[in-house]
Design a protein around this ligand. Structure first.
Ligand code: SF4
Length: 389
């Protein structure tokens, strides 16, 4: 039975009233996960019906060499360290071309903040990728990287974005957001890009016609109030620009040695555990309820596992990202056990088995193909069922 406070919030949601900071904090305080899921699911269903979006994409990390040492990051290496790598442009193009037969519609490119690579490398990579794969959208660089490009080039973000767009950039990526609250941020982030620059760069990108995602890294040392503050900053910016296409809560990857060399690089390991599946579902649901001006909430299955990804579709999520190949940033904090790749057919089964209709989309959420409605769960007799991680 929902409490009086829960009933009050549910009434606001039903009336289409915007939720406040206090509402968000109180939503996180509920132990009634089924009630919360139902509330978020109503909002999700009103927006997307039974549709669940996905795309066929490939991730590319051009370099893992980074000047910063963010406390939670297992991906970065310093120059000369074992496993440090930087791709030549031709290597990046060859990797992208290898995915062409799978029918990818997007390349997702994020990288370390390399200390010596010249700025011109980045537009050159985009140009050559675009020339090799003209039909594939280039979603590339976090706001943190764009801020870094300002530093290494002496150009403004305005000039940088113009050149990147000219080279084929279709969208920035949503990373670098982590948690905007400074008390938390100063403990986990080691680069110079904070809310002011992150929001400045996304605002600029939106003004130039780009549509971008926004993320939040949760499940480490932050508290629910920091998550609520984070989504409210994004909601306010979305009111202003309307340029965000999706919100993506990213689950902090605790523990785990690095798969490549057995070293634990995470410096907040001793202070942290990791969000449980229940906390993840709560985060999706609260995000869906607070972000009344975002069309989509995504579960990036690589960070949550496939079973939670399926469940998340009943907790406000309407997007399961993509096929994803070689997601090094999570898999370098490894041993979590999610696969490296999901093919289109795997995603169709994953979504259909959860009781939703798969819709393949492109980077701008335009429909590439709408698939059949799933067989009703009650009618399933397929043996053996797919065993999802
Ligand atoms: S999170 Fe990004 S900026 Fe921070 S250390 Fe890792 S690669 Fe570098």
């Amino acid at each position: 039975m929902p409490t009086v406070r829960e009933q009050e919030i549910a009434a606001k949601v039903a009336a289409g009233e915007r939720l406040t900071y206090a509402d968000g904090v109180d939503l996180y305080a509920t132990d009634d996960l089924a009630w919360l899921g139902e509330l978020a699911h109503k909002v999700r269903t009103a927006r997307s019906g039974e549709r669940t979006f996905f795309k066929v994409n490939r991730h590319l990390n051009l370099t893992n060499v980074c000047t910063a040492s963010c406390a939670y990051c297992s991906f970065q290496r310093k120059p000369g360290q074992k496993d440090a790598y930087t791709m030549r442009v031709e290597e990046a193009v060859a990797l992208a071309r290898a995915m062409e037969p799978a029918g990818i519609t997007e390349l997702h490119i994020v990288n370390g903040l390399h200390p010596t690579l010249p700025w011109k490398y980045y537009p050159r990579v985009l140009r050559e990728l675009k020339a090799a794969l003209p039909g594939v959208a280039l979603k590339a660089f976090t706001a943190t990287e764009v801020h870094w490009f300002e530093k290494i080039s002496g150009l403004s973000a305005d000039e940088i974005l113009d050149e990147l767009i000219d080279a084929g950039l279709e969208s920035l990526t949503g990373g670098g957001a982590e948690i905007f609250d400074w008390d938390v941020r100063k403990q986990i982030v080691d680069h110079a890009t904070h809310w002011e620059d992150w929001s400045r760069i996304h605002r600029l990108a939106h003004a130039k016609g780009l549509r971008t995602p926004a993320t939040m890294l949760y499940g480490h040392i932050e508290e629910p109030r920091h998550q609520v503050d984070h989504v409210l900053r994004l909601r306010e910016l979305q009111d202003e620009t309307g340029g965000f296409v999706v919100f993506i809560p990213l689950r902090y990857q605790h523990d785990f040695h690095d798969s490549a060399d057995g070293i634990v690089r995470n410096r907040i390991q001793a202070q942290t555990t990791m969000a449980s599946p229940a906390e993840s579902l709560k985060t999706f649901a609260v995000s869906r309820l607070m972000l009344d001006n975002f069309d989509h909430i995504k579960c990036f299955w690589v960070m949550h596992g496939l079973s939670v990804a399926q469940l998340s579709l009943n907790f406000g999520v309407d997007d399961l990202d993509g096929s994803v190949v070689e997601y090094k940033i999570t898999h370098d904090a490894d041993s979590y056990g999610t696969p490296d790749i999901m093919h289109r057919d795997d995603l169709l089964t994953l979504i259909g088995d959860a009781g939703f209709r798969p819709v393949e989309r492109n980077t701008r959420y335009q429909v590439v193909r709408e698939f059949d409605a799933p067989i009703p769960l009650a009618d399933r007799r397929r043996e053996p069922q797919q065993g999802w991680a």
